[in-house]
Design a binder for this molecule. Structure first.
Ligand code: F6P
Length: 304
């Protein structure tokens, strides 16, 4: 997020466009929580996790009257364009503001990678690298004690974090909401692994699957292998961003300014088939993202 904020601010200033940062998203826009930005305001932030602009959920922004108030506030402060970093909810707000005369550009930012229009969302790579590092650490205990570690990772209703980190950490099973796996299959994988000499087991569960603690208990009861559950939580949303995230955010940020400079609004910047491009927000919101079934199948094959 900080890399994107920095890129937007710097690209705008490079083009002699004045920039204000809005704290706490739409909530801060309504509260007129603006900070005037100069070239140095965004210095020394690219390496930091979180966001210097803070963030907030703003459910009231769904209301037409509230959106109208936001438009008036933009007019009052001579805000001619807005870059919104977030997910589908933020983009819906951006589409409404664009329709009401404030051109907005959306940048996909979420660790979940669950925004359909874009193959990549800012934060994903940092999150999966963090999760993989954490599972590597968990494995040390799992291996030493010959245990089964069940690790729940984030992703809301999506399994992208689980799939990537599960492959990267050599998990025996990866459970994702997109591909329900019967409990009997999980047991079989553990029993088969045991029979072939596996001494310990890592099961990665996407939070959208649910029931991680119950699953851990059941595995211990049914296999006799001491099993422990770890819910990683916010650790995977923090830390210094990876190179991939910093570069992607920088590209998307600069691209969004290019669009606004041309007077274009109501677009979302995306990474698609290896390129940075943009889509109409409504079109983007109606897209569907296919879960990478081939990769999921490969994960199953190489985890025996
Ligand atoms: O969307 C990012 C995410 O971290 C999800 O993976 C998770 O379900 C959710 O946010 C948790 O958000 P909060 O704890 O702020 O409600």
């Amino acid at each position: 997020m900080n890399a994107a904020v920095r890129a937007v601010a710097r690209a705008a200033m490079y083009n002699n466009i004045e920039v204000v940062g809005i704290e706490r998203g739409y909530a801060g826009l309504l509260g007129e929580e603006f900070i005037k930005m100069d070239l140095r305001t965004v210095s020394n932030i690219i390496q930091n996790g979180g966001t210097v602009l803070y963030t907030a959920r703003c459910l009231e922004f769904k209301e037409d009257a509230v959106q109208q108030t936001a438009v008036e506030i933009c007019k009052k402060h001579h805000i001619d364009g807005l870059v919104v970093i977030g997910g589908d909810g933020s983009f819906r707000g951006a589409a409404k503001l664009s329709a009401k005369g404030v051109p907005c550009i959306g940048i996909p930012g979420t660790i979940d990678n669950d925004i359909a229009a874009s193959d990549y969302t800012i934060g994903f790579d940092t999150a999966v690298n963090c999760v993989t590092e954490m599972i590597d650490k968990i494995r040390d205990t799992s291996r030493s004690h010959m245990r089964c570690s069940v690790v729940e990772v984030m992703g809301r209703r999506a399994g992208y974090i689980a799939l990537q980190s599960g492959i990267a950490s050599g998990a025996t099973c990866i459970l994702v909401p997109e591909v329900p796996m019967p409990y009997s299959d999980i047991l079989k994988k553990i029993e088969d692994g045991k029979a072939s000499g596996k001494s310990h087991f890592i099961i990665v569960v996407a939070e959208g699957v649910g029931g991680t603690q119950e699953l851990t208990k059941k595995i211990e009861e049914d296999t006799g292998i001491v099993s422990r559950c770890t819910i990683l939580g916010y650790v995977q949303r923090g830390g210094s961003p990876t190179v991939r995230d910093r570069v992607m955010a920088s590209e998307m940020g600069a691209y969004s300014v290019e669009l606004l400079k041309k007077g274009i609004g109501n677009r979302v910047v995306v990474y698609k088939d290896g390129n940075i491009t943009d889509f109409d927000i409504q079109e983007a919101l109606h897209m569907k993202k296919a879960f990478p079934m081939d990769l999921f199948a490969t994960a199953g094959e190489i985890s025996i």
